[in-house]
Design a protein around this ligand. Structure first.
Ligand code: PEP
Ligand code: MG
Length: 754
């Protein structure tokens, strides 16, 4: 049964159009269940009816012509009840509706099963038979299982159709829906990018210039060997000698007598260097994977790691050649920081990420850049987006494919309104950050993920509340050197003279992998991420801290922030390493006293540490709440998984109550606390946080003007009155309604669209 089901679903997935997919489906189901009729009806929510889309057994002329209202007949009943209905004598049932056009008089038995995707009924699948009998359990479970499996396939088939029709200019209005990643509206052309530094993305290609390919390969090998020498040297004080031997093995593998000669042979056969490398690395790695001995099996990973490094260097020498449209809507399976860097800022108008969710880092990057983003759009074959004319509606989470002129005009009006509002906010950017009752706020910016340094507004902010250092690491094909890091950090510290710049130590892992340090984990957000990784690699941590300390010389505005702390021992260990780095750097500068000891803080983003605040307050100088991760870990919802995207909500009453307690406790301990998660940059979020007594917020620079404008229009006393009502709410929806009502009373609601 399982194989029959799998085959039927695969057949549906492979059909080019929805009509052919459904027509094959009904015939296959009819044959598999040896019944006399199978039909499928699809829901049309605009018309509020189910349309007969395919049948093998009913009158074929009825296809596309017969519809049954959502509250009519047995089909409507299956949809309403959202469960199968199995009847021996369907025509005697009170809900039976006579529909002469379908010619079903000869059938008595009826089994209807809903097709549901993300709680939404997409359609109804039915089988019918002339004998008056109830379909047996096997038949019923077959149809139920098929319905479940079909749901996502049908959604994709429908989307494929939308995109295909768009590309052929056959339809004027098509819409795809995802999750809101960043608000705003943009017009542009779909431009698909695929990750380059990954073997899966390398398509095999031949070359007619083997000499050139060979010399490219030799060059990449040379750089890779030099990289290993550097790594071995850097780690020599930290790793035992036998562990360091791996670098010798890598060297030998790259030598002509080993993998090297195999790759040369492939190039001689006509493959380009990348393809030759891929073919050899994958073949060898597979051979090791299949070995019984666990030690040898592990060597498959080494071969892949080695191959990846050579590939990175091969790609470095290969300039990617694109012809970019004027207005790029960047579409990728997973939008990464390095992809964003490939598109000139002036041309990048929006982001569509097939994977990811509201607070994935790709969405945060889009917000930092102030462009709309739609996330988690079901996996439509990627290339179908390329070259499409698109409107990205980041308010609704919609993408319109080849929109009609009338729709474009409507959207243009909305964009004009947005521009008007944002000019209004900008006009007050130079004014003090304070409430209407003149209570001061510290408004800082989150920096680092956007490509440019956001120092343009530095005079209107209180500093940098969160500098995410991962970006320069992600952008390279190797770890940046200490000197490279010094130069980078120097720029940002210099950009905010006299104001605090909170630099977070490397927080990779989760949805921010390093291309040259692949980590494969079942649950990356619960795994080797942030401080966990860097404490296991003190050579990375120490170099970064040393670079920060050196960059700070002469500025003295550096604060260091530790991400993903879940245990006090991690704080102790980090502080020990920071002290060590300080002594080293101070020594390098002959103890002249010019190397300052920066303040150190901890991110509150893992729930465990919320319960150790008194101890934490004794160890470090400040804390900063990462509401993005705190929400994910409190609610047990992966912030990167669109399937549970609707459950991820920082306005969840549990999250808000936790934040309120945190604020009160920090206040009692006189422990400086600020908020640097995305909630602080949302109008409703910042009002709730201000109501709780928080007064230090860090946000994407694109939100700064709006948040300042808003805070300047509210009194703390009125926010404090609102707080008990918010804390009593039972759902995020109720919370939003309360704040909306407040904003409405103050006539602010309609001024806050953007
Ligand atoms: C957070 O978790 O809220 C945060 C600011 O860090 P990041 O989004 O980079 O994980
Ligand atoms: Mg975080």
């Amino acid at each position: 049964m399982l194989s029959q089901l799998r085959r039927i679903v695969q057949d549906v997935a492979q059909e080019p159009t929805l009509a052919s997919a459904l027509s094959g489906l009904v015939s296959n189901v009819k044959a598999a269940l040896k019944t006399e009729c199978c039909s499928v009806y699809l829901a049309d929510y605009q018309q509020q009816h189910f349309m007969l889309m395919a049948t093998d057994g009913l009158n074929p002329d009825a296809i596309g012509n017969v519809s049954i209202g959502f509250s009519e007949g047995l089909i409507g009943w299956v949809g309403q009840r959202e469960e199968p209905i199995n009847l021996a004598q369907a025509h005697l049932h009170p809900r039976f509706k006579v529909t002469p056009e379908v010619s079903e008089d000869c059938f008595s038995a009826f089994l209807g099963c809903p097709i549901i995707h993300h709680r939404k009924v997409l359609g109804v699948l039915t089988i019918q038979q002339s004998a008056s009998r109830v379909f047996n359990e096997d038949e019923e479970s077959f149809l139920v299982t098929l319905g479940v499996q079909l749901a996502s396939v049908l959604v994709n088939a429908e989307m494929r159709q939308v995109a295909a029709a768009g590309s052929q200019q056959q339809i004027q209005k098509s819409q795809l829906t995802g999750l809101i990643g960043s608000s705003g509206i943009a017009f542009g052309e779909g431009f698909v990018l695929q990750p380059a530094s990954d073997f899966d993305a390398i398509s095999l290609q031949k070359s007619d210039d083997p000499e050139k390919e060979l010399s490219r390969f030799y060059r990449a090998v040379k750089v890779t060997k030099a990289e290993f020498n550097r790594l071995a040297e850097r780690m020599s004080g930290h790793l035992p000698t036998d562990a360091l031997a791996i670098f010798d093995v890598y060297h030998q593998l790259l030598d002509a007598a080993s993998l090297g000669s195999e790759i040369e042979a492939q190039i001689a056969e006509g493959w380009c260097a990348k393809s030759a490398l891929k073919r050899v690395v994958e073949r060898f790695a597979r051979q090791f994977d299949d070995m019984d001995d666990p030690y040898l099996r592990e060597r498959g990973t080494d071969i892949r790691d080695l191959g990846q490094r050579v590939l990175n260097h091969l790609l470095e020498t290969e300039q990617r050649q694109y012809k970019l449209p004027e207005q790029v809507v960047l579409v990728a399976e997973n939008v990464t920081a390095s992809m964003l860097a490939e598109i000139p800022r002036a041309q990048l108008v929006a982001i569509v990420s097939l994977k990811g969710s509201v607070n994935s880092h790709a969405a945060i990057m889009a917000r930092a850049l102030g462009i709309p983003a739609v996330m988690g759009v079901d996996d439509l074959p990627l290339m179908q987006w390329h070259g499409q004319r698109l409107i990205v509606d980041g308010y609704q989470g919609n993408i319109l494919v080849s929109p009609a002129d009338a729709i474009c005009n409507e959207y243009q009006l909305l964009m004009n309104k947005d521009a008007e509002l944002s000019a209004r906010y900008q006009s007050e950017l130079h004014l003090p950050a304070q409430s209407a009752c003149q209570a001061p706020f510290s408004l800082m910016v989150n920096s680092g993920l956007a490509i440019e340094l956001e120092t343009t507004q530095s005079e209107f902010t209180n500093g940098v509340g969160l500098y995410r250092t991962e970006f320069p690491f992600i952008m390279r094909s190797r770890f940046p050197t200490e000197q490279e890091q010094v130069e980078l950090y120097h720029k940002i510290l210099q950009g905010y003279p006299g104001k605090p710049v909170v630099m977070r130590t490397l927080d990779v892992g989760g949805d921010k992998p390093l291309p040259y340090f692949p980590i494969s984990e079942e649950n990356p957000f619960l795994g080797w991420r942030g401080i966990r990784l860097t404490l296991d690699h003190p050579e990375i941590f120490l170099v970064q801290i040393r670079a920060m300390l050196k960059a700070n010389i002469g500025y003295n505005n550096l604060h260091i922030l530790l991400p993903m702390i879940s245990d006090l021992s991690e704080v102790d260990e980090s502080l020990r390493l920071i002290r060590q780095a300080w002594f080293e750097v101070d020594d390098e500068f002959n103890g002249e006293g010019i190397v300052a000891k920066p303040k150190v803080g901890v991110m509150i983003e893992v729930p465990s540490i919320m319960y150790q605040l008194p101890e934490l307050a004794r160890k470090v100088d400040f804390c900063s709440v990462g509401t993005n991760d705190l929400t994910q870990y409190l609610l047990a919802v992966d912030r990167n998984n669109p399937r549970v995207g609707n459950l991820y909500d920082a306005m969840h009453p549990a999250v808000l109550r936790a934040l309120n307690q945190l604020g009160q406790q920090a206040h009692g301990l006189q422990f400086p606390i600020s908020i640097c998660g995305e909630l602080a940059g949302e109008p409703m979020g910042v009002l709730i946080l201000a109501a709780m007594g928080f007064n230090s917020f860090s946000m994407n620079h694109s939100n700064l003007a709006k948040i300042k404008w808003l805070l300047r229009r509210v009194e703390l006393s009125e926010l404090q009155l609102l707080l008990p009502e918010i804390l009593a709410c039972q759902s995020p929806k109720q919370v939003r309604l309360q704040v909306q009502r407040f904003l409405d009373q103050k006539q602010l609601l309609n001024q806050l669209r953007a």
